[in-house]
Ligand binder design. Sequence first.
Ligand code: NAD
Length: 369
Amino acid sequence: MHEEAARGQPVPSTRWARLMNTEREQPVGVAVVGAGYWGPNLVRNFAAHPGADLRWVCDLSRAQAEKAVGRYSTVGITDDLQVVLSDPSVEAVAVVTPAATHVAVAMACFDAGKHVLVEKPLAPSVADGQLLVDAASERGLVLMCDHTYCYTPAVRAIRDLVRGGELGEIQYVDSVRINLGLVQRDVDVFWDLAPHDLSILDFVLPDDCAPMAVAAQGADPIGAGRACVGYLTLPLEGGGIAHAHVNWLSPTKIRTTIIGGSRRMLVWDDLDPQQRLSLYDTGVEKHRENPGDTRREAMISYRIGDMTAPALPEHEALQGVVGELVGAVREQRAPLTDGEAGLRVLKILEAANRSLADDGAAVKLDGYR
Ligand SMILES: NC(=O)c1ccc[n+]([C@@H]2O[C@H](COP(=O)([O-])OP(=O)(O)OC[C@H]3O[C@@H](n4cnc5c(N)ncnc54)[C@H](O)[C@@H]3O)[C@@H](O)[C@H]2O)c1
């Protein structure tokens, strides 16, 4: 285990070089299980990554697997997971099946000695997620959760800015993820969309700024049987607050997050490729009260400075996901979005369920970290 890498720190370049020249030369043999809507994206990205050798695509529907692989590929196609698991050339498996099946499929992979990448959400409950975290740790295998957004250049830059202190103390995070979305049959809008917002929060916020509780409000105005519109409010350690708005019923698509800090504020608009990130040298400060001054306005000052748009590289997030999986397997380290990160998201989602059942009352996140 390379400890620096496990903590997300760069390891010294000479050691990287050694890794590159030896173990990392051999591509990691991988399989994708589940080739419905999302699976083909992983298939395409594994096939394109030099560090991965895509061996199998497996789906209960062989036709789905065939469609994902294409007619002229040499990648194996099967509807039988055991075929994948008994192939010694497969070192890691990506589980891209519906959330309710993640535990059964991932456990079978661990039992066969395979490293696992699991789609978000990691599992349908905290208890199930914990089973996966424990199984991976007992066997010394990698468990990575596909928190895709954490591998976008924008979120990587936000993490550096926020955790590097560029924004100062975090005052609020406001996240909107709404569009005319597919009303899912098995999960509500919180479990479908909020894992993105919650995994991004988990990734970018400093360690001393963790969510302390969650209050959830949801509505099902079309009678779908589950919340289609939802609001999550999370007080943060240090006095800030985070809010996420998720909605399947919006006529327009919005993917915007605003983070306010005591020094700077940023706006991330994921749908604006020209300017995804805007960094504002803006701040609002309360001055020490002057005992003789009774005017309320005199206590607050507004600083409105320049706005800059940091240049970001353009690359597909899933190339970063594949690269991180390959790196974690070859370097025997925890990935950036490991099972624990997946578990923290589940803890908030499960607490949100309890809050919904209690008319939106705040539910404490004891044992979040
Ligand atoms: N990271 C992201 O941005 C992102 C986006 C969309 C979906 N997802 C996640 O990906 C997962 C799959 O979602 P989807 O929308 O592709 O679902 P889907 O229903 O479109 O596809 C799932 C596929 O899995 C197959 N399958 C089910 N059980 C199986 C099993 N035991 N063995 C083999 N194949 C099996 C089904 O036949 C189906 O083809 C979910 O966890 C979802 O939350 C992630």
